[in-house]
Structures are given as C-alpha cells and as structure tokens.
Design a protein around this ligand. Structure first.
Ligand SMILES: [Zn+2]
Length: 316
C-alpha cells in the first residue's frame, strides 16, 4: 500500500497540512515531501524516497523483489529518475528487494556504510538463508551495495548532503542513520520503529537501549524520524516509544530468569505463556517484524539469556 500516514496520530495533522498547502497554492511543498511505500505484513516494511537536485534518493529496498516492484511502480509515478539508493542496515527485510531496485534503476548506485556492506557480505548470523527458507520470495542471491562510505562519514549524493552515523550492538549488529541537516529529517532504519514486534533474537536489548541514547545525543536537532517500520513521527517520541517497549519487555522477562523463579534461569512454558499474554494485553496490534515463526517466543529466549548474564547496573 502507498501510505500517507497509516498509523497513529499524525494522519489528521498531515491531512490538514496537505489541504492547507493545496488551498495556499503550495503544491510544490507537498510534492517535495518524502514519499513512503509500506509493504504488507509481516512487520510492514518501509521504503522512503526524497526529491533531490539530481533525482530521487531512495532509502531501503524492502524484503522481497515482489514488494520492491510495487514500490517501484509508485516511485515511477513521480516522473523523477532515481539517482541513488541508500541502505540503513543488513537485515533481510531492508535489503531483499535491492536486486529489483537495481534492475529498475541501473544508473542509481546502491550506497551502504562499510560496516553494513561487510555485514551483508559475511552474514555471520545466517539471516539470508533463514529469510529464504521462511519466505521463498526472498532472493536466493542477494544484490550488494556498489558504493561504500566510511562509517560516520558525511555523504553527498544526488546533490544532497547527509550526515551519517553508525551504531553497533543495537537492533542490528551495525546500523546507519542518515540525517538531513537542511530539513531535520532523520532516516533511521530500525533504530526506533513504530508499533511492530521487533526482532530481539540477537540478545542486544541493553545494547539497543544504549544505541537509543547515542542516537538522541548524535542528532539533537532531528525533527521528523522516518523509521523502517511504521509511520514517521517526532524523533523524540519514536525514540521514547522504542525505549518503553524494550524496558517493558525486559521487565517482563527478568523475573522468569531470576534465581528464585520456578526453574531459575530456564524460562518455563507457563512463564513464556504469561509473558506473551501480558505483551498482547499491553501491546496489541504489533505484527512481527520478521518472517519467523514464534518471533515473540524467540525474543523471550534471547532476552532471557541476555538478562541472566548481564550486569543490570550497566544498562541505561
Ligand atoms: Zn526491519
């Protein structure tokens, strides 16, 4: 689906802004707004596009070539050429459509930070074969970036200047955020996402909380955050919402791995069921972000392992 702003409170605000702009004859402003396509579930992944002096800059490429084709059809309606493609991180749902984008826009280089390009090449956690086995539409052969830049280096593409920042050990092993200082827009991949059940299977919930603090410190002037899942929103609110989800998850799992719990650090079936029920009660309508069966149960196991070995005083 092409999305104005599907979820949350922003929809009426933006619809009003759109109408006011049209009434005022400012349709150029509307056309200049970032575009977004949100693929169907699981986890409804976003691809964003920005109008730049030399064409469009596309951010992230969706999970499958089929999803990418639908986004490409929307992007073509702008009538603008695509000048560059940027990747935020190596997770399958953001890079599986890269081949389809490359075939549609062969003139547009695919840019990634050195660490993201390396994570895609090495796939240490075996995510790509896993994604392909869970969803036959995920490509057997991945298309890799053809331009890499140093982690944290500024990036000039298609006539636009971006600041970039690399964050490690958070939602993914490495992730890049792209910031436009001229507009305050922050393209942050999955560093903070709205209303989805994230993948915590890397057991980095504490690392992710640290990364959220670093992100807020690194881009204090960011206004609108454009996440990899869910609607754009104020950067501070999306960061706070992600932080709340992670704290809630850790607070629920913690007692199940405490020394005095029924099977100490082993999470029993009853404990798992009660955590899942409680999450469903407090966070309904949070579709899983990954094509993995029982994502929540896998998250509980991973965070349980993390909590049973970490020093709680080191986590923000
Ligand atoms: Zn994602």
């Amino acid at each position: 689906m092409i999305v104005g702003h599907r979820r949350g409170r922003l929809r009426p605000v933006l619809a009003t802004a759109f109408l006011l702009a049209m009434v005022a004859g400012c349709s150029d402003d509307v056309a200049a707004r970032p575009g977004r396509f949100a693929s169907p579930d699981p986890g409804s992944v976003n691809t964003h596009w920005i109008r730049a002096p030399e064409g469009l800059v596309v951010i992230d490429t969706l999970r499958t070539p089929a999803d990418a084709e639908r986004a490409i059809a929307e992007i073509r309606k702008t009538g603008e050429p695509v000048a560059a493609i940027l990747l935020t991180h190596s997770h399958p749902d953001h890079v599986g459509g890269a081949g389809a984008f490359h075939r549609a826009f062969p003139q547009a280089p695919i840019h990634a930070s050195r660490s993201t390009a390396r994570a895609m090449r090495e796939d240490e956690r075996g995510f790509y074969p896993l994604a392909h086995s869970a969803n036959a539409n995920f490509p057997a052969e991945l298309t890799h970036p053809d331009r890499t830049f140093d982690d944290n280096a500024p990036l000039h593409v298609a006539g636009l200047d971006f600041e970039t920042a690399t964050f490690v050990g958070g939602e993914s092993d490495t992730a890049t955020a792209y910031y436009r200082p001229d507009t305050g827009d922050l393209y942050s991949g999955d560093l903070a996402t709205g209303q989805v059940t994230p993948a915590l299977i890397e057991g980095h919930s504490c690392g992710w909380l640290r990364v959220l603090d670093e992100l807020a410190r690194r881009f204090p002037a960011a206004t609108t955050m454009h996440p990899g899942h869910g609607a754009p929103g104020p950067a501070t609110e999306l960061i706070a919402e992600q932080r709340r989800y992670l704290h809630r998850f850790r607070d629920l799992v913690g007692p199940a791995v405490a020394a005095d719990s029924p099977e100490a650090t082993t999470i029993t079936t009853a404990e798992e069921a009660s955590i899942i029920a409680e999450l469903e009660r407090t966070h309904p309508d949070h579709p899983p972000v990954a094509d993995l069966p029982d994502l929540v149960a896998a998250n509980i196991r991973a965070v349980g392992g993390e909590l049973s070995t970490e020093d709680p005083t080191t986590c923000p």
